[in-house]
Every structure is written in structure tokens, then in C-alpha cells.
Design a protein around this ligand. Structure first.
Ligand code: HEC
Length: 157
């Protein structure tokens, strides 16, 4: 079948369009990698989530017995902490890089750990998994591990 000039032009244009979209997609990924992550300049929305999460870490008791995260995880989780019973706790500096981990017979995500700490540590009511409070707490804990290598199932330090 003979291809007319018009058909050939439209094939060429279509090929060029596909290539342009692919290039844009690549450029998009590269942009995120080189700005937001490697130099620590977080997008404003994320920066605000980290800020709110830090506030949640220091202040609310989640309706519990008066403790906050800071009661056990000192200096915003940046140094070794201590539970009220004297048990030494690791810092939370790489926590986000070592979850998920094995817990009992199952897998625990960072959200599972935060839920557990609110229930068992604060004797409070944990924020729902899909709540903004949970997102903000995860954002804050993850900000502590920014730049640390992912080491799923690894050891806290
Ligand atoms: C009563 C003390 C206590 C309070 C209060 C508490 N936690 Fe914990 N938290 C612990 C203990 C104990 C562990 C387990 C440490 C371990 O893995 O050996 C832990 C572990 C964690 C871990 C995982 C650390 C790691 O790398 O393994 C995170 C993250 C965490 N807590 C966040 C929080 C947050 C956020 C809050 C506040 C909502 C909170 N905790 C409140 C006692 C507490």
C-alpha cells in the first residue's frame, strides 16, 4: 500500500510527539530527584506537614495519660530516649529508613509503629491511618531520616 505525503507527515508528527512526551517525563523525574530530595529544599506543602508533625510530636497527648512522644523519644527523636520504666530507646533518626519491619508473624509499617506508640505509650487514641495527623507525623519522622540509606528491616540507631 502506498503512503501518501499527508499520511507520512502525520506519522512523523506522531512519532515526534511520543518522543517529546517521553523526554518531558524523563526531565520531570530528574527534576524531582535533583532538587527536592538531594539538597533538602522541600516543597512548601511538605515542609508545612513536617512542621505540623513536629508539633504533634511535642504537644498533644491524643487523649491519653498526659505523655507525649517527647516523653520517651528525647529531643524530638533526634537523640537516644528513655521510657518511663528506664528502658533505653534508640533515636528515631533512621526509623523511616528501616520500616517496614517484621513484627510477630507479620509486617509492620511506620504507621503501625506510630499507632502502637500512641496506644501503648500514650494510652491515647491514635489518629486514623488516612488522617492528616498521621500523614503529618509520618512526614516529621521521615524528615529525620532524610538522606539515610533505605535499610528495610534494619537496626535503629
Ligand atoms: C511510653 C514511651 C513511649 C512513648 C510516649 C512513645 N513511644 Fe515510640 N517507642 C517506644 C518504644 C519502647 C519503642 C520501641 C523501641 C525499640 O524498637 O526497641 C518505640 C519505637 C518507636 C519508633 C520506631 C523506632 C525504631 O527505629 O525502631 C517510632 C518511629 C516511634 N516510637 C515514634 C513515636 C511517636 C511518633 C510517638 C508519639 C505519638 C511515640 N513514639 C511515643 C516508646 C514510646
Amino acid at each position: 500500500m502506498a503512503i501518501t505525503v499527508n499520511e507520512r507527515t502525520s506519522i512523523t508528527l506522531r512519532t515526534a510527539a511520543v518522543a517529546a512526551v517521553a523526554l518531558l517525563a524523563l526531565a520531570g523525574c530528574g527534576g524531582v530527584k535533583s532538587t527536592a530530595v538531594s539538597n533538602g529544599a522541600l516543597p512548601e506543602t511538605l515542609r508545612q506537614a513536617v512542621h505540623r508533625g513536629k508539633d504533634l510530636f511535642y504537644h498533644p497527648t491524643f487523649g491519653g495519660n498526659g505523655r507525649t512522644c517527647e516523653t520517651c523519644h528525647s529531643a524530638g527523636g533526634t537523640t537516644a530516649g528513655r521510657a518511663p520504666n528506664g528502658m533505653k530507646l534508640p533515636s528515631l533518626m533512621n526509623a523511616a529508613a528501616i520500616f517496614p519491619r517484621v513484627h510477630g508473624n507479620g509486617v509492620w509499617t511506620l504507621q503501625d509503629q506510630l499507632t502502637h506508640c500512641v496506644k501503648a505509650g500514650l494510652r491515647g487514641t491514635p489518629p486514623a491511618y488516612d488522617s492528616n495527623a498521621m500523614r503529618d507525623l509520618v512526614a516529621y519522622i521521615t524528615s529525620l531520616a532524610q538522606g539515610k540509606p533505605i535499610d528495610m528491616g534494619g537496626t535503629p540507631f
